[in-house]
Design a binder for this molecule. Structure first.
Ligand SMILES: Nc1nc2c(ncn2[C@@H]2O[C@H](COP(=O)(O)OP(=O)(O)O)[C@@H](O)[C@H]2O)c(=O)[nH]1
Ligand SMILES: [Mg+2]
Length: 246
């Protein structure tokens, strides 16, 4: 199974650093611009299931507040980041939540799992501009869990992303189980429709050159759709168009 988690938040809050800490367990104080890096992967074992967890980074476009639909496509979760030593980045959490509401595809908008991360807690107390209590409060306001993290020394990073990944996987499993429960009805009633979708996904355009060009992104969105359509069929399709095993 592949899940896709997006990083979101103001420029400079440490999104790229968090991605590198979680996927490669290192920190570089002199990160160059992230242009060119789409995502990095960490493999997880959740409830006995192998999960390929993609952490997607912005490519600097957040600087100009131009995160649009394309970035949200196929996302299962969002890690919304601010810098505890930068009050403006904390105020902008509201902006990013609104951005999700505006640009995330309607189907994912409500269901998408989110966590709020207050980064750079390694900094000395005198640099801190946002208290833990304020972070918690905003987390509660938006109904998301709040974590204090540091990409620099690693504090809380694994816990935060692991928690988000688990929430996503368990949500998908529940959806799949619910769909499987109603599967007989759906398959029977859907008949040609359901079968047609499966056939297309197995042998049709999703494996052809066009699908290959679209890559994993499209597949992730597709796989989320299929999860709710038919759990069994989805298992059979858990091979990505790029050849990677989900
Ligand atoms: N002290 C400290 N600095 C950090 C931390 N995370 C990132 N930084 C620094 O903050 C700056 C911006 O980080 P970056 O990951 O590029 O932020 P992005 O623009 O959100 O991707 C860089 O100078 C990082 O070295 C952290 O946890 N602690
Ligand atoms: Mg960056």
């Amino acid at each position: 199974m592949t899940i896709r988690i997006l990083l979101l938040g103001d420029s400079g809050v440490g999104k790229t650093s968090l991605m590198l800490r979680y996927t490669e367990d290192h920190f570089s104080p002199n990160l160059l611009s992230t242009a060119g890096v789409d995502f990095k992967v960490r493999h997880l074992d959740i409830n006995g299931r192998r999960v390929r967890c993609q952490i997607w980074d912005t490519a600097g476009q957040e600087k100009f507040h131009v995160i649009t639909r394309a970035y949200y496509r196929g996302a299962h979760g969002i890690a919304l980041v601010y810098d505890v030593a930068d009050a403006d980045s904390f105020k902008n959490v509201n902006y990013w939540v609104a951005n999700i509401q505006t640009h995330a595809p309607a189907a994912g908008r409500e269901g998408i799992c989110k966590v709020l991360l207050g980064n750079k807690v390694d900094l000395p107390a005198e640099h801190r501009e946002v208290s833990s209590a304020a972070g918690n409060e905003v987390g509660e306001e938006f109904g998301v869990r709040y974590f204090e993290v540091s990409a620099k020394d690693g504090t809380g990073v694994q816990d935060a992303f692991d928690t988000l990944a688990r929430e996503i996987v368990e949500g998908l499993e529940q959806e799949a189980a619910a769909a499987a429960g109603a599967g007989g009805v759906a398959a029977g009633a859907g008949g040609g429709g359901g079968g047609g979708q499966g056939g297309r996904a197995q042998g049709g355009p999703w494996r052809g050159p066009r699908a290959r060009r679209r890559g994993c992104r499209e597949w992730a969105a597709r796989s989320a759709l299929l999860a709710s359509a038919c759990a069994q069929r989805r298992r059979a399709l858990d091979v990505c168009v790029c050849g990677a095993q989900a």
